[in-house]
Write a protein that binds this ligand. Sequence first.
Ligand code: AKG
Ligand code: FE2
Length: 368
Amino acid sequence: MAEVGTGPEYDRDREVKAFDETKRGVKGLVDAGVTKIPPFFVEPPEVLGGSTWSSTDDEARARLNIPIIDLGGAGKGGERREEVARMIGRACETWGFFQVVNHGIEERVLHGMIEGARRFHELPGEEKMRYYSRDSKTKVRFYCNYDLLKARSANWRDTLLFDMAPEPLDPHEMPLACREEAIECWKNMSALGNTLLELFSEALGLESSYLQNMGSAEGQVLLSHYYPACPEPDLTLGVSKHSDPDFFTILLRDHADGLQLLQQGQWVNVTPVDGALVVNVGDLMQLVSNGRFKSVEHRVTVGAVGPRISVACFFVSNRSMKVFGPIKELLTEDNPPIYKDMPLHEFLHQCAISKFRGWRYAPFEKQV
Ligand SMILES: O=C(O)CCC(=O)C(=O)O
Ligand SMILES: [Fe+2]
């Protein structure tokens, strides 16, 4: 006989809808004391599996850590500017990920943001639920999985989203639990994002202001993710394998492991480093750089202890009619365009259906 909850009598759509209507997210399940996760969170074994790089050899292990780049002296006219731009370029061409230290954001601001996110997600369910929304026009929204109603399996995480830019967000719309912390964190991440944009431009051999002038990252979305402890951590994921559909992402994490990226078909753990921020290339950057910078797939596993908290700032374009394609200055006879020019809305649609499938000019290995 089929296991209870998964047999033919199990109405998945109804269960998902009923869960969504609680407006309490995964944290609500944990608070209710579930000891088994609802079946719609269970990932198939082929998704959960996959080998993880591991090595007993110290040197090999060291090579399996994404680069940690010191931004000290990399400001405009700084003595390390060129060196840092080169390091960032190399990291984007190989890993698609790097961590930055000496980034200029005070520890107080980062710690405050993590604690603010914790305060929000640990509010009583009745207080949080008034922010619960699936309407993408809502600039402040709390939700459990943006694609909950469509995805094959749900992810074990809740998110609070703030649409910070380009239109300013009225602070009064933000929950008090993390309002000040989120504004301060975003201002700092936004400034760091501008510096990174200049460094990305220089790494590509372009004018410092080139990428900024394209308007590819003028939209900024701050996401506070909360991954509660999971009673069956081996059956589900915090977030399934994906690449970010933005230009680039700055990610703040607490001390918990879980973030993994895919390298040569195997998962590599991105080990937390005190005070560091993770930066990763998104799909739009891969497109405009004609595949030179890689948008690498990543995922988050969950643990039996928790929560794990992370805060991501997505740098995006919100000009849906603007046409994006490989930057002409980067193209040569030896480096012909491997992607088509297309309006942003079409690009995002393609990303949503299937990453890069069916619209490349040449066979292109997405993974390095
Ligand atoms: O929580 C994390 O460490 C990663 C989050 C992530 O991949 C995302 O927001 O796209
Ligand atoms: Fe991501």
